[in-house]
Design a protein around this ligand. Structure first.
Ligand SMILES: NC(=O)c1ccc[n+]([C@@H]2O[C@H](COP(=O)([O-])OP(=O)(O)OC[C@H]3O[C@@H](n4cnc5c(N)ncnc54)[C@H](OP(=O)(O)O)[C@@H]3O)[C@@H](O)[C@H]2O)c1
Length: 309
């Protein structure tokens, strides 16, 4: 099969070449991939660390080529959305059936390929905050893949949504169109306490966002796009200023269980036009280096979708 292989001598460290077809385990379906989407974590981190020749990739949408031998999961011919620790950047991938969502017939599989990491992370992290109806929620790094889904889902869940971006002037309108009530440049500019935070940036923004939490509130540390450590001023965590019982929760999507229903639900919302997949770059997987460079250079706000043509 053809696949994007790690090759540090190639642009962005990726080369379209050939790899052996995967051999599914009994609980895995074999999926023919139509489209994949890039995530910051795999392009920014995994690609730098992986062995030469590896086939990476978390997100892929396609059609089941061969159902799982143990009888679990969708039948051959079913359009699906899939998540796994690797193997998405290839024509065929073997995926555990509990990480496969089904997709309505006729849906754009490129749009659906944005769901697994970005959409499912936003959904699970928002669940960690509890009920959102009538509550104020702050989303940092809101223009990114996870952030755009988080803004929409928090708004649909009934929250008052405050979003951050490094450039509210240029990107504020797009965030308001997705459902943000307010757009600010940094959590320190938030004017009233919030019940919950989804933080995609880390570092100084995480520390500032924690300061904005109301008593009993929760900050979910989803991402670390800034690549900075977090330094809390002495006394920040005493909890003796009337805002006690605030929490910071760590988060890792691949540690979550029973994701298939979330993937199916998110794919259905996109197919119905009720969620915007946030595609800001789309092209052939032969142009993978262009998409990876834009993502790492902070020039790509939203999802990059690669069609396997
Ligand atoms: N824990 C998990 O399971 C999990 C799951 C998914 C993602 N993540 C992590 O979550 C983070 C976001 O992922 P993503 O896919 O949404 O990434 P992304 O598409 O690159 O979006 C990140 C956003 O953060 C902002 N940003 C980028 N660099 C920044 C910097 N140096 N300082 C401040 N803001 C910066 C950018 O917005 P502006 O330019 O508009 O400010 C960008 O749109 C990444 O760290 C990723 O690894 C973790």
């Amino acid at each position: 099969m053809r696949a994007l292989l790690v090759d540090r001598s190639a642009p962005a460290g990726l080369r379209l070449g050939n790899a052996p077809d995967p051999t599914p385990e009994p609980h895995q379906a074999l999926v023919r991939v139509a489209a994949t989407s890039f995530n910051y974590g795999e392009v920014g981190h995994l690609l730098q660390e992986a062995d030469e020749g590896t086939v990476l990739g978390w997100d892929a949408a396609g059609v089941v080529e061969r159902a799982a031998a143990d009888g679990s999961g969708p039948a051959a011919g079913t359009p699906v959305v899939t998540l796994a620790p690797d193997g998405a950047w290839a024509e065929l991938r073997a995926v555990d059936t509990d990480l496969i969502g089904t997709v309505p017939g006729g849906a754009d599989l490129g749009a659906i390929s944005t769901v697994p990491v970005a959409g499912a992370s936003a959904l699970r992290a928002l669940h960690r905050l509890g009920p959102l109806l009538g509550r104020r929620v702050l989303i940092t790094g809101a223009t990114g893949g996870v952030g755009r889904y988080a803004v929409q889902l928090a708004r649909q869940g009934g929250a008052y949504v405050v979003a951050t971006t490094g450039d509210p002037g240029a990107r504020g309108d797009a965030l308001r169109a997705l459902g943000a009530h307010e757009v600010v440049g940094t959590p320190a500019a938030v004017t009233e306490p919030v019940h919950g935070v989804l933080d995609m940036v880390g570092g100084k923004q995480l520390v500032e966002a924690y300061e904005m939490l109301a008593g009993g509130g929760t900050l979910v540390a989803v991402g670390h796009a800034a690549g900075e450590p977090e330094h809390f001023p002495h006394g920040t965590l005493y909890g003796d200023d009337g805002r006690h019982d605030r929490s910071i929760a760590s988060f890792h999507l691949l540690g979550c269980t029973a994701l298939a229903p979330d993937l199916t639900w998110l794919a259905g919302r996109i197919a119905a036009g009720e969620l915007d997949p946030g595609i800001s770059w789309r092209g052939s997987w032969q142009q993978a280096a262009e998409a990876a460079d834009a993502l790492l250079g902070r020039r790509l706000h939203g999802k990059a979708v690669l069609d396997l043509d």
